[in-house]
Design a protein around this ligand. Structure first.
Ligand SMILES: NC(=O)c1ccc[n+]([C@@H]2O[C@H](COP(=O)([O-])OP(=O)(O)OC[C@H]3O[C@@H](n4cnc5c(N)ncnc54)[C@H](OP(=O)(O)O)[C@@H]3O)[C@@H](O)[C@H]2O)c1
Length: 345
């Protein structure tokens, strides 16, 4: 059995490095791996015990590649995504460049893997706050349609990339040492602070991140009219996004029914014993694949309301893992755009 050929653009970033670890963990069948970056061109990374030199992105790179995983910037995705797709590769893109395009599936495999069937060479993964929300809402929506969602996020700095993690760490040291702090990645100090500011603000007062959560969730769930209001907040946590979610359902649902529905849902783990101080936290979710849900309770402000707390590793389920799961699903369903050019698995 021989594997496929992949290119990873953004291999040295926060997502790229985790992606490569997951590739190894899941024994993804890639026997030819090309790694691309910008500043790190010429350095070496080890994948599956092989030393691979990071190279520049060139159009020729895509001539004989089955999958192109892009975790770089939206501009890079826009420049190379369509080109790689035209050359016959399947592009799995982490950026927001194509997520809302009508001909690009936006996929969380546990929720809408069937959407992959209509792909035309590019598949997007959702924003790292959208994915856990969709995984939480989907099993409830199937049993008892969701009418309205209010969600407040507590997002880690790795969601912004590797430079933001460095900034939080160095600022924290400076604050503790009584030294001055110069914000760079964020508009204000992130150490020992909370910023209700994730991405740019639009004229309606919502940030782009908040609007992404609403639009992407509707697309993934195939619920174009679902009412969603999000407030996204950046907090000084390295890895793991948390969300407080308030859901209005069509009919009342008990917390026990919600727990049962979530516990039966792939990729979701219920962690819910508040009396015993047991609930999901970023320090436990980091490095794990599942979306963790706890604090499940009736929303006292609405007869059909449920409130819960979600945590997931934004670099894994929010990015790298979701991308690899999509590729696995594509292989198992025989959905490569030009399957003839790679050896049969
Ligand atoms: N972080 C998350 O939780 C998360 C979740 C979902 C989606 N995403 C998306 O994933 C993408 C990457 O995010 P990240 O957090 O990993 O960012 P990051 O830590 O800043 O890493 C960016 C990566 O992109 C590479 N890169 C930048 N410009 C490039 C170019 N012109 N050509 C080739 N490579 C280039 C960098 O290479 P060098 O190091 O060599 O310069 C680096 O490997 C973004 O689109 C982001 O929106 C991130």
């Amino acid at each position: 059995m021989s594997g496929c050929s992949i290119a990873v653009v953004g291999a040295t970033g926060a997502v790229g490095r985790v992606f490569l670890r997951i590739l190894e963990e899941r024994r993804f069948p890639a026997d030819r791996i090309r790694l691309c970056g910008r500043r790190s061109v010429g350095t070496a990374l080890t994948v599956n015990d092989r030393r691979i030199i990071v190279e520049e992105v060139t159009p020729e790179l895509f001539d004989d590649v089955d999958f192109v995983f892009i975790s770089a910037t939206t501009e890079v995705s826009r420049q190379i995504g369509p080109l790689a797709a035209r050359k016959g590769a399947l592009v799995i893109d982490d950026s927001s460049a194509f997520r809302m395009d009508a001909d690009v599936p936006l996929v969380v495999p546990e929720v809408n893997a069937d959407d992959l069937c209509g792909h035309r060479g590019i598949v997007s993964i959702p924003n790292c706050s959208t994915t856990p929300l969709a995984m939480f809402l989907n099993p409830l929506n199937r049993l008892n349609p969701v009418r309205r969602v209010i969600v407040d996020t507590y997002q880690s700095v790795s969601g912004t990339g590797a430079a933001a993690v460095d900034e939080m760490m160095s600022q924290s040291r400076n604050v503790l040492d009584g030294l001055p702090v110069e914000p760079d990645v964020y508009p204000h100090r992130i150490a020992f602070n909370a910023l209700p500011h994730v991405d740019d603000f639009g004229v309606n007062g919502y940030s782009t991140e908040e609007m992404k959560m609403a639009r992407e969730t509707r697309k993934i769930l195939h619920e174009p009219d679902l009412a969603i209001s999000a407030t996204c907040v950046r907090i000084p946590v390295a890895v793991g996004h948390s969300e407080a979610v308030h859901v209005e359902l069509t009919r009342p649902m008990s917390p026990e029914e919600v727990r049962d529905a979530l516990a039966a849902s792939p990729g979701v783990t219920v962690v819910d014993d508040p009396q015993g101080a047991v609930y999901p936290m970023p320090i436990h979710a980091e490095g794990k694949d599942d979306v963790f849900v706890g604090r499940i309770r009736r929303d006292l402000s609405h007869p059909n309301g449920i409130t819960a707390w979600l945590v997931s590793d934004n670099l894994r389920k929010g990015a790298g893992l979701n991308a690899i799961q999509i590729a696995e699903e594509v292989l198992s369903r025989g959905l490569l755009k030009t399957p003839g050019r790679r050896t049969q698995l």
